[in-house]
Design a protein around this ligand. Structure first.
Ligand code: NAP
Length: 419
């Protein structure tokens, strides 16, 4: 038993999720799972989602399994509990200790020097893979003619790239020092005087652990391909290296489970031999077009941080938008699932918004701990609710003859449709 502060009320009816030496989770029937409510609309979507997750687990396992929830604090609620501290160290310790958590959105004030709590959580906990499954659910409004063709899982590298925060503002002494070094020592002259400068680190370690996670996922979930998305035609030693390391990793570590186009052509084995995962790559800009015109050609996507940031929101928009796009941030032996939208402050406590993003992040979480039956109950009940055209405001404004309901009523409608 760890000595927590009084803010951590460990449920007495639950047990910690353990991991074996290979990092595989050992999940008890009453696992302790952390939740962070989040700011703004966080209360509404968390309250609704907790009801749905609990109902699904109860129905799926007849009461033999139950999540023992542990409320954990970040953002405004943390400040209230931890004397003004928005991101208490204890929260990191709790999340590390219990291994699995789920969080609502957190406020990041713009232009105040206040560091993004989300980015801090990812960096401190070394949650190196951001995973965003993007698929269409029946009846969800979409701008595409065939949204059902979109079914991809994006693995976005979470710790490197321009997000490493190595930037030097125009006019500062450090900026001038770096500019001088670039011009004088490296003969790198192709930038204007006083340009702001940023560094884009992409390492073999960071790239390979992300691509490895994507390939492992593809193997476990029996997906067909892993597409490496990069801008290597322009940024050869960062984005191009990411692509190169991806192919190397597949060949070195997964020679029996993966195959490339090149290898298939060489041995005349078209189409893809059964059971082998195709490793392919696409330049980032054309990937946006491909995902609009021929989305079925892609399955699991592994990409660098900035590409992944753009791609995840753009693809989410193809199948319903960020209101229902789920996400997870995964590290070694730790996983934090999260709503991908922000705090939508104008809707705070109005019981109005769509809980879908957090709800489906919870579905990912249930799958992560191996509770697939509960996860699919939620998906089925959600689709049944939409089929009856019961929706929150965001979908109601895009659908004909929809019945607009509150967040809490939407949750009740989903629970009513579980059996
Ligand atoms: P936002 O909170 O995501 O809201 C933008 C718009 O998206 C909303 O006005 C709403 O559109 C729609 N939306 C968001 N969540 C929705 C939901 N659950 N259901 C239906 N519609 C939803 O983005 P923002 O206004 O740029 O950011 C607000 C704050 O959130 C900022 O402090 C930002 O830093 C933070 N943020 C946090 C996270 C995170 O914690 N992971 C992520 C992004 C932003 P309509 O106005 O059209 O109804």
């Amino acid at each position: 038993m760890v000595n927590w502060s009084p803010n951590v009320v460990e449920p007495s009816d639950g047990a910690r999720i353990e991991a074996d030496e290979n990092g595989h989770l050992q999940v008890p029937d009453h696992p302790i799972i952390c939740y962070i409510e989040g700011d703004g609309i966080g209360y509404d979507i968390t309250t609704a989602s907790l009801r749905i997750w609990d109902a699904a687990v109860k129905i799926a396992y007849g009461g033999s399994r139950k999540i023992a929830w542990l409320e954990t604090y970040a953002g405004e609620k943390a400040a209230a509990h931890y004397d003004g501290d928005y991101m208490p160290d204890e929260t990191f310790e709790v999340l590390k200790h219990f291994r699995v958590g789920i969080k609502g959105p957190l406020t990041t004030p713009v232009g105040t020097g206040f560091r993004s709590l989300n980015v801090t959580l990812r960096q401190v906990l070394d949650l190196f893979a951001c995973i965003r499954p993007i698929r269409w659910y029946q009846n969800v409004p979409s701008p595409l003619k065939r949204p059902q063709d979109v079914n991809v899982v994006i693995f976005r590298e979470n710790t490197e790239d321009i997000y490493a925060g190595i930037e030097f503002a125009s006019g500062t002494a450090d900026n001038r020092k770096l500019a001088r070094f670039l011009r004088e020592d490296l003969a790198a002259n192709h930038f204007f005087e006083d340009a702001g400068l940023g560094i884009k680190p992409i390492s073999p370690f960071g790239s390979k652990r992300l691509i490895r996670a994507a390939i492992e996922y593809a193997i476990q979930r029996e997906r067909k391909s892993v597409t490496l998305v990069h801008k290597g035609n322009i940024q050869k030693y960062t984005e191009g290296a990411f692509q190169k390391w991806g192919y190397e990793l597949a060949a070195d570590e997964y020679p029996d489970q993966t195959i490339t186009w090149e290898a298939m052509s060489a041995n005349g084995s078209h189409p893809n031999p059964a059971g082998k995962i195709l490793i392919q790559d696409v330049i980032a800009d054309i990937m946006f077009q491909k995902m609009l015109l021929r989305p079925r050609e892609h399955d699991v996507i592994a990409t660098t941080n900035l590409n992944g940031d753009y791609l995840s929101d753009a693809l989410a928009a193809q199948v319903g938008g960020v209101g229902i796009a789920p996400g997870a941030n995964i590290g070694d032996g730790i996983a934090l699932f999260e709503a991908t939208h922000g705090t939508a402050p104008k809707y705070t406590n109005l019981d109005k918004v769509n809980p879908g993003s957090l709800l489906f992040s919870g579905v990912m979480m249930l799958e992560h701990i191996g509770w697939f039956e509960a996860a699919s109950l939620i998906t089925q009940a959600y689709e049944a609710t939409l089929l009856d055209r019961i929706v929150t405001y965001d979908f109601a404004r895009q659908m004909d003859q929809a019945t607009e309901v509150s967040t809490s009523a939407f949750a009740s409608s989903i629970i009513d449709r579980m059996s």
